[in-house]
Design a protein around this ligand. Structure first.
Ligand code: SAH
Length: 346
């Protein structure tokens, strides 16, 4: 194990078999060694800065029926909503005043948000806030559509690959959704020039050490600028309602490994991690993450964008949330910065 950890630290690469061993033979002691190496690797590039992204959940209307997701089409109990352009812009205004320099527009695959509508919103945000980055996370679209969004000024795109194992992918999604298309979308986003984020849920149903090893190999080879991983948390109105949730322990272990695969990757301590453990996000940062994504959505939207049970909403208003987050990061020796927080090439 120590040899594997040293190899990962030096070469940023392991074989599939080695990744699998690293996962299956893990102990708290090895986790500690990995997290020390991961935080050191991050410190060399990003110091003790933690980047914040203002998350705006623009719509929970979705044409897809992903088995794990609380806003899946088949959830008839989900109260649907869609923000107007004005609402989205006012979230940005509030966020800008608080020091956010990246806005992430995320949503279900809602046909209302066609290219024209999104391009209009993106270019308005970029015109008003010239020092800000815009990240989109709106699911699968065509090459042409992604290109239009990019030309309208979007800088980054988050599209979790969900799992790098085709058979596993098919157990998490209905037949209309394909692994190959998801992967092609990621390739297209990169080709177009976006800073791209992939990622997966930790502890998703049917996940094995082998599928996780494939996820790690995929991350190593795809070289994403960002990588979102968080524990799977069941939602009561989904196919997977009785499945066990992922753990903080494995999520943090994988955050350390991903940091060593790619020292400069932008790695969020996710909301899901903060949801299953009140100190989850701090633990994520201490394992190698360097991004947090507080929610700037209007409070009604926050409640309705329920991807999983009891999703953390921050509770308080955005200003207070940010203050508390700052305090919490300070307590563990980190500093929230007002910065676009771009990917650093080393
Ligand atoms: N429609 C967009 C955004 C999806 S929501 C897209 O397809 O990319 C963002 C992420 O939330 C998903 O990629 C998924 O990995 C995660 N997610 C969905 N349901 C979840 C659950 N039950 N537990 C944990 N994470 C979940």
């Amino acid at each position: 194990m120590i040899e594997l950890i040293d190899k990962l630290e030096k070469e940023h690469s392991l074989t599939l078999e080695e990744y699998k061993t690293l996962i299956s033979e893990r102990t708290p002691e090895y986790a500690e060694i990995l997290s020390e190496k991961a935080t050191e690797a991050r410190r060399k590039i990003y110091g003790n800065s933690v980047y914040i992204r203002g998350l705006i959940e623009i719509s929970n209307i979705c044409k897809n029926d992903c088995y794990y997701c609380g806003i899946r089409k088949g959830n008839k109990k989900c109260e649907r909503y869609r923000l107007t352009a004005e609402q989205i812009l006012s979230c940005c205004e509030e966020g800008y005043e608080l020091g956010y320099r990246t806005f992430v527009l995320q949503g279900g695959e809602d046909a209302y948000f066609g290219d024209e509508v999104i391009c209009g919103i993106v270019s308005e945000i970029k015109n008003r806030y010239t020092d800000c980055a815009v990240t989109l996370s709106l699911g699968e679209r065509s090459f042409e559509s992604y290109k239009r969004l990019y030309d309208a000024g979007a800088d980054r795109y988050l599209l979790r690959h969900e799992t790098a194992d085709k058979e596993h992918y098919e157990k998490l999604h209905p037949a209309e959704l394909s692994f190959d298309n998801r992967m092609e979308c990621l390739e297209n986003l990169k080709k177009i020039g976006f800073q791209v984020g992939c990622g997966f849920m930790v502890g998703s149903p049917f996940q094995t050490d082998e599928t996780i090893a494939k996820d790690l190999k995929f991350i190593e080879q795809f070289k994403p600028h960002m990588c979102g991983i968080g524990p799977f948390v069941p939602h009561r109105e989904t196919v997977f309602k009785d499945m066990p949730q992922g753990t903080v322990e494995l999520t943090c272990y994988l955050l350390s490994i991903i940091r060593l695969i790619s020292p400069s990757v932008l790695l969020p301590a996710t909301t899901a991690l903060g949801t299953i453990d009140p100190e989850g996000r701090e633990k994520g940062i201490l394992s190698g993450a360097n991004v947090v994504m507080p929610n700037l959505s209007p409070s009604e939207a926050k409640k309705k964008y329920e991807l999983y049970n009891n999703k953390l909403t921050g509770g308080a208003e955005s200003a207070l949330n940010k203050k508390m987050l700052e305090e919490r990061m300070k307590t563990i020796g980190y500093e929230i910065v007002t910065d676009r927080g771009d990917f650093k090439t080393v």
